[in-house]
Design a protein around this ligand. Structure first.
Ligand code: TPP
Length: 588
């Protein structure tokens, strides 16, 4: 039966239909919905891991135990899982293993713009790159077969447009899961140097076999048309090529590593001009040029950064001037902001006031870096807030500077990779204040469960990991609670943490209002008392605005947006903002 589904949904369905047994991943846009969809299938076991390395290692175990396994993550997640991947390529698999990785060209929702095709080359593993939802589905099914036939993990790469755009999928026949033998095979799975050396030779031989396979597999196909222009492409770029150059001949690569050299030579020899259209890095182009093939148009005309579209391709061919996006004058700026009544707002209001150096992390709280808060001064990768703050404190001490850094991290990020940084701070006698915003969810990626939320991906109640005892067990003596909705209390707690020598941890346990659907009555502004001083606007809440009142502009609250946290009211020195009677808005 035909379905109209996204690439992520198609991959989940393909996994279920391929007899998939075990899936594990960590949320990250644009990959997140894949595992959520696997959970919705209902008949396949899946789970959120605390980070991508754990996810990949868990599915390695699943494959060794004989079940077809899938791991899902965003591009930067592969950096976290790379240690496992780079040796998994040596051990190979028992049952098929697919690592799905979603790239984000254009950085719609990421801290960098990595091209995961580099990892396939680096790890010497096959990679498939679908161009629509049907291919995403089919490539999961083909991927398990390739993985098992060649005894290799396989990477399935999507980009944002493939993961999120919907298309028609006609599913194939469902395979009932067959769990294979759980075999003890020391030379295969124990990567001591002696076994590893032999395995490396096998990996190189496997790559040659995969190259032969690449020449004949229908995953790579030539669509011959006008021979004036030939284009080599893959993934979503194929769709843009079809739109921009409907008459061109195309070599569409589905298996993007390793490349089919003979097929590429044959194609290049049959067209007058050769163009390579690939988003981000010049991975095909470098390899094809190294084959001694003349490429007329590639990264000399196409961008290395951001997404490609049909206009950009036409411009590279000299058929149009290209479209330069010019911002429309006079539109109001709408930067991303904290949700109305998010607890992060109170915290950053105070951090901004105290003008401390904030070593930040990745999550909703990263918005604390934006104006008017401007209260986050470094953000690198998940978990870096704590370890970087530790390094800053050490150098500050050497330099004789008396300033203690503040690290801010969310619960999911703390579980992901903050724990080891804090362990180092305790062990190495560090001196930073660490604030853990434990909103009991992975907010930034849409509110996924995590080890602190008390529920699994499959909706089953489970052990809820408490952060305070964990922090104490890591060797931190000073651990206190914080209520970021109470500005005075927050300021006092932060000052105490800064004045106390050594590592100090504050934990805010206010739940995410969006994830837990917390609703409170709106704040009202007493127009008589409001002087229009705008102190309340410093909390950067989208429920607040200005309204003309006589010759003044006074503050108004949009009751449809306000969620009654009362943080703005605490900024008012003129008693002009009140919670609706009978409600204690400051304690959600
Ligand atoms: C290595 C890596 N994996 C995944 C992501 C995607 N991601 C961004 S923030 C985030 C977690 C945010 O949750 P939390 O720390 O609890 O903060 P919240 O958004 O709830 O405030 C995730 C999974 C990423 N940026 N990097």
């Amino acid at each position: 039966m035909k379905k109209i589904i996204s690439g992520n949904e198609a991959i989940a369905l393909g996994f279920g239909d391929s007899g998939g047994v075990f899936a594990s991943g960590y949320p990250g846009t644009p990959s997140t919905e894949t595992l959520e969809e696997v959970a919705r299938l209902g008949d396949v076991y899946c789970e959120w891991a605390p980070n991508e390395k754990v996810a990949l290692e868990s599915v390695i175990g699943g494959s060794i135990a004989g079940g077809r396994s899938l791991s899902t993550m965003k591009h930067v997640g592969v950096n976290v899982a790379a240690d496992a991947l780079l040796t998994l390529t040596y051990t190979g698999v028992n049952a098929g293993l697919i690592l799905m990785v979603s790239d984000d060209p254009g950085m719609h929702s990421s801290q960098n713009e990595q091209d995961s095709r580099n990892y396939a080359k680096f790890a010497k593993v096959p990679m498939l790159d679908p161009s629509d939802s049907q291919e995403a589905y089919d490539m999961v099914r083909a991927g398990f077969e390739i993985s098992e036939e060649f005894d290799t993990p396989l990477m399935l790469r999507t980009t944002t447009r493939i993961s999120h755009a919907k298309g028609v999928v006609v599913p194939g026949e469902k395979i009932t899961p067959k769990i294979g033998e759980w075999v003890k095979d020391v030379p295969k799975y124990v990567m001591l140097p002696n076994f590893g050396k032999l395995k490396h030779i096998e990996v190189e031989a496997r790559l040659l076999k995969l190259q032969e396979f690449a020449e004949t597999t229908p995953l790579n196909r030539i669509e011959m048309a006008d021979t004036e222009l030939g284009i080599i492409t893959s993934g979503v770029a194929y769709q843009h090529v079809r739109e921009a150059c409907p008459n061109a001949s195309i070599l569409k690569l589905g298996l993007v590593h390793p490349l089919p050299e003979q097929k590429i030579r044959e194609f290049a020899g049959s067209v007058k001009r050769l163009m390579i259209v690939e988003e981000m890095d010049a991975i095909f182009e470098e390899q094809i040029r190294a084959m001694g093939i003349d490429v007329e148009i590639g990264k000399n005309k196409l961008p290395l950064c951001g997404e490609i579209n049909a206009d950009i391709i036409r411009a590279a061919l000299g058929e149009s001037e290209g479209v330069v996006a010019t911002p429309v004058e006079g539109l109001p700026q709408r930067p991303p902001v904290f949700c109305p009544s998010c607890a992060h707002r109170g915290l950053f209001t105070i951090l901004s006031k105290l003008k401390v150096f904030v070593s930040g992390d990745i999550g909703c709280y990263t918005l604390g870096a934006l104006p008017p808060m401007g209260a986050m001064h470094s953000v690198i990768d998940m978990g870096a807030s704590i370890s970087a703050a530790h390094g800053m404190a050490k150098v500050n001490a050497i330099a004789g500077r008396d300033e203690k850094p503040v690290a801010v991290i969310g619960d999911s990020t703390f579980f992901h990779s903050g724990i080891t940084g804090l362990l180092s701070m305790a062990y190495n006698a560090g001196n930073a204040l660490v604030i853990i915003m434990d909103n009991r969810t992975t907010g930034m990626t849409g509110g996924q469960e995590n080890p602190g939320s008390g529920v699994t991906l499959q909706g089953v109640p489970t052990r809820q990991v408490e952060i305070a005892p964990l922090v104490k067990a890591l060797g931190i003596d000073n651990v206190a609670e914080l209520n970021a909705y109470d500005l005075k209390e927050t300021e006092a707690a932060i000052k105490k943490g800064l004045e106390t020598p050594g590592p100090y941890v504050l934990i805010d346990k206010n739940p995410c209002i969006l994830r837990y659907k917390i609703r409170k009555p709106a704040i009202k502004v007493d127009q008589e008392n409001c002087t229009g001083c705008r102190a309340c606007l410093k909390v950067a809440c989208m429920a607040l605005g200005l309204t003309a009142s006589g010759d003044k502009q006074k503050v108004r609250v949009d009751p449809n947006v306000c969620n009654g946290c009362g943080v703005c009211a605490q900024m008012c020195k003129f008693d002009a903002m009140h919670a609706i009677e009978g409600e204690n808005n400051a304690n959600l």
